[in-house]
Design a protein around this ligand. Structure first.
Ligand code: AMP
Length: 214
């Protein structure tokens, strides 16, 4: 099963993508996670990506396309994958399609998790991420057991720079301009499925599994 997740930043793509990956035994590939890991390790890619990410913009297509094409060519993607945060532009979607075409493969589903901008801003200001392991929480909906401390590894949890309100507004503008056109792109390909992302997380997931036919 080859799936891409669509939706504004903060719509819940990551949470749902992880669950889909567990349920179907396919890798969860998050380009945001890959960039954050590179930043943490101080790689060249991380250094290049950081300035764009901190400003709420997109990392240039050429820095992300080869990375994803390589990743989905790995052995563990033989039965599929769930891409979270990629594609984010039409050229990225075209690059993905071309890479799959070469192998006589194609995407099965593009799942759009639909949430209004207003809700996104509210949600993201409450998001917290662990500085060490990257686990994500929310002060209201998924709080840590001890305030400000990661349940998983005991490190500090913080509001990520790219989740700060002014950056979120910028990210939403970027989303509408560059990523939203993918909704029509995948609708035209006949693989778009939209789920209501304002429902409780479990209900969003059961709607997704219904769409995927599980
Ligand atoms: P995410 O965790 O998916 O919200 O990604 C965090 C940030 O990483 C985004 O705001 C972008 O700056 C960058 N990023 C992640 N994926 C992509 C992509 N496919 N294309 C361009 N930039 C990306």
């Amino acid at each position: 099963m080859k799936i891409v997740m669509l939706g504004a930043p903060g719509a819940g793509k990551g949470t749902q993508a992880k669950q889909i990956a567990d349920q179907y035994g396919i890798p969860h590939i998050s380009t945001g996670d890959i960039f954050r890991a590179n930043i943490k390790e101080g790689t060249e890619l991380g250094k290049k990506a950081k300035s764009y990410m901190d400003a709420g913009g997109l990392v240039p297509d050429e820095l992300v396309m080869d990375l994803v094409v390589d990743r989905i060519g790995k052995e563990d993607c033989a039965n599929g994958f769930v891409l979270d945060g990629f594609p984010r532009t039409i050229p990225q979607a075209e690059a993905l399609s071309a890479a799959l075409n070469k192998k006589n493969e194609k995407l099965d589903f593009a799942i759009d998790i639909d949430v209004s901008d207003e809700r996104i801003v509210k949600r993201m200001s409450g998001r917290r991420a662990c500085v060490n392991c990257g686990a994500t929480y929310h002060v209201v909906t998924i709080p840590t057991k001890k305030e400000g401390i990661c349940d998983r590894c005991g490190s500090e949890t913080v509001l990520r720079d790219d989740d700060k309100p002014e950056t979120v507004q910028k990210r939403l503008a970027v989303y509408h301009e560059q990523t939203q056109p993918l909704i029509d792109y995948y609708k035209n390909k006949g693989i778009l499925k939209t789920v209501d992302g304002t429902q409780p997380m479990e209900k969003v997931f059961s709607d997704i599994t219904a769409v995927l036919g599980a």
